[in-house]
Write a protein that binds this ligand. Structure first.
Ligand code: B12
Ligand code: SF4
Length: 481
């Protein structure tokens, strides 16, 4: 074997986590590590969110120098990019450092420039590529990589997307920890989480979304694993809550029904969460099967209350369809979290602020509002660039002469606080305890014990961010943009 001991590292550190960032495993990294098995003598996988000792770089580097002869790091998110570059720059120059992931693919040039120890960047999906690197195939012959040679950066051609049925599921025995609900640094209850990817890609083409495009602009054609292989993976999972991280688990309705039936037939008792499109409301028989199979929560892209914006985003439905869909959805004991986008091209402040009112009207249980982002291959890029008064930052943030970035942030806080009133938190608890029964009695009891600690942690966070007074004012007095 070319290498003896490979380290697969998720470099994110969440010691002062502000939210639920420690909930799920690093799926992409786990897929690549599973694929590398058999091509290296030993694999160690560290998720720094859970490796307290190793968050000290001295300890991590000490371990690497003693044990490791190849390092593989994932960079999937915008967050902590500078900190991760700092860590990678300290890695030993004599141990090959391979980096991959969504963000690494997007930022290939910058990473080579700022982190001298990086030898290879794997662009796009990495399962086949890592095997070829570990087998010692000459770098010039490996598709989908960029690498250093004689002081230059060489970019090889892109790798065609691979067949999903040939990809091995993550090897959960490589984990050193369970994944748990941690809010503001407080371990909330004895509830464990995992995620399963049952398909890759999405056949829709919503204009704001690059989910189904990799950062190379390659569209991932929708490709689903067989129901049997998903059931086999589910049977190996100990965690109580499983997130299907597919872009939309219900793309193929017939397959989704088969999956629900198979979950019941195999007596798999989990609480499932999935990402979905609103069209699921057109299939009450599927919704019934989902409830029987244990689906407790859906993450739904609602995006906007305004038909003009929904059309601009090419979402494929309008506000009347949204209202109609929620009338059906709200008949089922499922928790609905709606994603909304604000700061759209031509959107006024009043239109943005209407999001919270609309969310209450349709009966969604919680909302997540994000500012419109224009990523490198976003189909909205030309519209944004050609609309006078609109600007895109290098990080893909969109703002306008009318609403600069701080103004948009303020609007975002107003939307959030007008939706999340104290009574909303009570409703959320009631829905999860009494309606969907997401939490068991014992879990609710342990939740009530940590509630004071959660409040203290939330206050500490607001103090750190210098916005405690503003948050209290918005919650209890007046919430103005
Ligand atoms: C499921 C999902 C989630 C789940 C996470 C589940 C989990 N297990 O982590 C949830 C709902 C919690 C989530 C939350 C968020 N998400 Co999200 N999420 C996704 C989604 C839809 C799928 C991710 C996935 O599992 N992909 C499948 C795996 C197999 O692909 P992959 O991770 O890219 O890995 C492959 C390659 O990149 C490569 N690779 C990866 N690592 C490595 C390492 C090496 C060494 C090598 C060689 C190769 C390699 O090989 C892998 C296998 O082929 C993606 C969109 C998408 N379709 O990719 C967005 C996405 C990753 N999320 C995104 C964002 C912004 C977020 C949030 C910040 C949203 C928010 N505002 O709160 C949070 C942050 C959470 C966090 N942990 O920090 C963005 C990231 C953009 C960016 N550059 O930052 C994406 C790309 C969507 C988008 N276009 O906006 N998300
Ligand atoms: S927003 Fe959802 S449905 Fe639309 S293209 Fe993206 S993943 Fe598919």
């Amino acid at each position: 074997m070319k290498y003896k001991h490979a380290l697969f590292l998720n470099p994110y550190i969440e010691s002062h986590a502000t939210s639920v960032m420690k909930l799920f495993p690093p799926t992409g990294l786990e897929y690549v590590a599973a694929s590398a098995k058999g091509c290296v003598d030993k694999i160690t996988l560290f998720d720094l969110r859970y490796e307290k000792d190793l968050t000290n770089p001295v300890n991590l580097l000490d371990f690497i120098r003693k044990e490791i002869d190849v390092i593989c790091v994932t960079i999937g998110w915008d967050r902590q990019f500078k900190e991760i570059c700092g860590l990678l720059s300290c890695m030993p120059q004599d141990i090959p450092l391979i980096v991959g992931g969504y963000k690494a693919t997007e930022m290939t040039e910058e990473l080579f420039k700022t982190c001298p120890p990086i030898k290879i960047i794997v662009r796009g999906e990495g399962e086949e590529t890592i095997k070829e690197i570990f087998k010692g195939i000459p770098l010039k012959d490996i598709l989908g990589i960029s690498y250093r040679q004689d002081g230059k950066i060489i970019h090889n051609a892109n790798r065609p997307l691979s067949n999903v049925d040939a990809i091995l599921a993550p090897d959960r025995s490589l984990r050193n920890n369970d994944y748990r609900l941690t809010v503001n640094g407080v371990n909330v209850m004895n509830l464990t989480f995992d995620s399963v990817l049952s398909a890759r890609g999405c056949p829709y083409n919503c204009k704001f979304c690059t989910f189904n495009l990799n950062p190379l602009g390659q569209k991932r054609t929708y490709a689903a694993r067989s129901v049997n292989s998903v059931i086999k993976e589910l049977k190996e999972i100990d965690a109580k809550v499983v997130l299907f991280s597919d872009d939309n688990l219900f793309t193929d309705i017939k397959r989704a029904k088969e999956l629900c039936d198979a979950i019941v037939e195999h007596k798999i008792k989990k609480r499932f969460v999935a990402q979905a499109r609103l069209e699921i409301a057109n299939h009450p028989d599927l919704l019934e099967k989902m409830v029987k199979a244990g689906f407790k929560a859906l993450l739904l892209g609602v995006e906007s209350p305004h038909d003009r914006i929904l059309k601009q985003l090419d979402k494929g439905f309008n506000s009347a369809t949204i209202r109609k869909a929620f009338k059906v959805l709200n008949k089922y004991p499922i928790y609905y979290s709606g994603y909304f986008i604000y700061g759209n091209i031509g959107e006024t402040k009043e239109e943005m602020l209407y999001i919270s009112q609309f969310a209450k009207e349709i009966g969604v249980d919680s909302i997540a509002c994000n500012k419109l982002r224009i990523e490198k291959f976003s189909p909205l890029r030309s519209l944004a660039e050609n609309t006078p008064g609109y600007h895109i930052t290098e990080r893909g943030e969109l703002y306008s002469d009318m609403y600069d970035y701080p103004a948009l942030k303020k609007i975002g806080r107003t939307i959030k606080f007008s939706f999340y009133t104290p009574s909303r938190y009570v409703k959320i608890l009631w829905k999860n305890i009494c309606v969907t029964k997401f939490f068991t009695f014992g879990e609710v009891l342990s939740l009530s014990i940590v509630i004071p600690r959660l409040i203290v942690a939330a206050i500490k966070r607001e103090v750190q961010k210098g916005r405690l007074v503003d948050s209290l004012k918005r919650t209890f007095l007046s919430n103005r943009a």
